[in-house]
Design a protein around this ligand. Structure first.
Ligand code: CTP
Length: 209
């Protein structure tokens, strides 16, 4: 049976009202490359794809999401059916506490937007995972604190491995990441185009079942 890989990719759009949202600069490129690489390796791929410009690869199941709430429902629906979750989505840390159904009018007054924390979606999956499931997260950090903070996230979120990504990766064609594993192993394949890094990571996942 092919390995069932669930991949999340892209930013979240956290709605303020019907026309406005809070977002981030994630392009989803890494997640899209991972979906194509996993498909090419013969995996059964489901991609939860946020609002990005690129088209999803053909030959996989793609389910679009917009907000962190949508992504939460999709993970609730899809996670139990996967062997491996690769959580490449750039999920918002905060979202507007209330949603205005309509368009908020402009006034001459200052406006305060109250934000609430978004639950940690990958940590939630990890807390409920079966022993046969594996979860790989991503961490985007400044280079000086990258390893330390990524290792903290790996432990705090209960992941099997985390891709520690320097901030320069955002919007770049190449990636110079380190894979930090729960057993303490660290692997650095060197600076690579995102498609090649995706192939390398899928190879690692397939070889360490
Ligand atoms: N993540 C998640 N849910 C969130 C925030 C992040 O599932 N609400 C996941 C991301 O998809 C990624 C990993 O957690 O796989 C690390 O994301 P990152 O934004 O680097 O970490 P945070 O927990 O948001 O920590 P910080 O904001 O302090 O960097």
């Amino acid at each position: 049976m092919p390995l069932r890989v669930l991949i999340t990719a892209g930013p979240t759009h956290e709605p303020i009202d019907r026309v406005r949202y809070i977002a981030n600069r994630s392009s989803g490129a890494m997640g899209l490359a991972l979906a194509a690489a996993a498909r090419d390796a013969g995996c059964d791929v489901t991609l939860l794809l946020g609002p990005v410009a690129g088209d999803p690869p053909t030959g996989i199941t793609t389910l679009p999401y917009s907000s962190s709430k949508d992504l939460t429902s999709q993970l609730d629906h899809c996670f139990s059916g996967c062997d491996v979750l690769i959580m490449a989505a750039a999920v918002a840390d905060y979202r507007p506490k209330t949603y205005a159904d309509g368009k908020l009018p402009r006034t001459t007054n200052a406006m305060t937007l109250e934000l609430e924390p978004v639950p940690d979606l990958v940590a939630r999956c990890a807390a409920g995972k079966r022993p046969d499931q594996r979860i790989i997260g991503f961490a985007l950090e400044e280079p000086q604190v990258l390893r330390k903070r990524a290792t903290e996230k790996l432990k705090r979120k209960g992941l099997d491995a985390i891709v520690a990504n320097p901030l320069a990766t955002m919007g770049a064609a190449d990636i110079d990441a380190t894979l930090i594993c729960a057993n303490g192993d660290t692997l650095t394949p060197g600076p690579l185009p995102k498609a090649d890094f995706a192939k390398w990571l899928v190879g690692w996942i397939s070889g360490t079942g």
